[in-house]
Ligand binder design. Structure first.
Ligand code: UD1
Length: 324
């Protein structure tokens, strides 16, 4: 099935998860417009599509009205039919230091995207929500019914944005699916800051033989899901009716400690990096892993890439990125 008549807007499409989603939507034949302010994403992530007739890049920011920014892309490819909304401030620690900025980008930004959807009769919005909405004391594995009582402004704003999605669906008929991602990893995840995703940081340090810092005792757990699996879940919800009106966890159902992932990474990279322990990070949740029932039932979702395979691909990418 091709989607040559479907014009998709991917906000944050130059970023890590966004750009993998763009790759998949382009491969499926969609017309794709990316709106991105390049604050953390890069044009290099979109290099394959730069001159493609079905692709448009729009420099723009979800903290401003996006109608004007989108005008040229709409004139070229026609109205937007569906939106995948990734543009966000993605780091839990940053939200703790700057809660107001987090509200502006993650909550107001989502509301602006919903306003655009309402005014332009967009059929559906898929929202990148997060497992950070769950109560740290919720028993694991967390299901979508688990208590949502976030430990960070980031989690609060993702949860509030979900409520806006539901509100816009009820009042204006803008369909939505909110996907609560567990810890996504893979190629193009930028390892360069201390608040980057843990796998990207550890692979980068291990490949360079540099020290790795584990916060807390390393027995905290995460459910690591590979980025192309996540892009598949997004495309399924985005391009049809699957998951309409639903909030769905996207992960693997496999719980891994930070100590375990560190050992696996050091072995895979044949690295002698030293490992040091530092105090726990504020706002960190202790255990995180999801049930898979709802994602399987509503999206037919299954993670295809296991952790070992995903780490292999990501390490290969890290080595290439370092040598260029
Ligand atoms: C991550 C995502 C967030 C997403 C959430 C979903 C990133 C940057 N953040 O948050 O967008 O919504 O998952 O659950 O991808 N750690 C270390 N050493 C380091 C870095 C991290 O020990 O150098 C530890 C942290 O203390 C934490 C774990 O690794 O316990 C995961 O941290 P991180 O990759 O930053 O992700 P989350 O905070 O879970």
């Amino acid at each position: 099935m091709t989607f040559s008549d479907t014009h998709v807007l991917v906000t944050g499409g130059a970023g890590f998860i966004g750009s993998h989603t763009v790759d998949l939507l382009m491969a499926k034949g969609c017309k794709v417009s990316v709106l991105d302010n390049l604050s953390s994403g890069t044009l290099a992530n979109l290099a394959s599509w730069e001159n493609h007739p079905r692709f448009a890049f729009v420099g723009g920011d979800v903290t401003q009205d996006i109608t004007e920014a989108m005008a040229a892309a709409v004139a070229r490819h026609g109205p937007i039919h569906r939106i995948a909304h990734f543009a966000a401030q993605t780091a839990v620690p940053i939200s703790i230091d700057n809660p107001v900025t987090d509200i502006e980008v993650n909550l107001c930004g989502t509301t602006r995207v919903l306003e655009y959807a309402r005014r332009n009769a967009v059929a559906k919005v898929v929202f990148a929500s997060s497992s950070a909405v769950y109560d740290d004391d919720a028993p694991v594995p967390v299901s979508e019914e688990s208590s949502a009582r976030p430990s960070s402004p980031y989690g609060i704003d993702k949860l509030a944005a979900e409520i806006y999605l539901d509100y816009y669906a009820r009042l204006y008929g803008v369909k939505f699916t909110a996907l609560r991602f567990m810890n996504v990893y893979g190629p193009r995840q930028d390892p360069s800051s201390w608040y980057s995703g843990v796998i990207s940081i550890f692979l980068d340090r291990a490949a360079a033989g540099e020290q790795i810092t584990i916060f807390d005792d390393g027995e905290q757990t995460r459910d690591f899901v590979y980025v192309t699996d996540v892009a598949n879940a997004v495309a399924t919800a985005l391009l049809g009716n699957a998951g309409d009106g639903a909030i769905i966890n996207i992960g693997t159902g496999v719980e891994v400690t930070i100590n375990e992932i560190t050992r696996t990474i050091l072995t895979l990279a044949k690295s002698r990096s030293a490992v040091q322990y530092a105090p726990a990070r504020a706002g960190d949740i202790r255990r995180s892993v999801t049930t898979m029932d709802k994602a399987t039932a509503l999206l037919g979702f299954q993670a295809h890439i296991n952790l070992r395979e995903g780490l292999d691909h990501t390490l290969a990418w890290v080595r290439t990125a370092k040598s260029t």
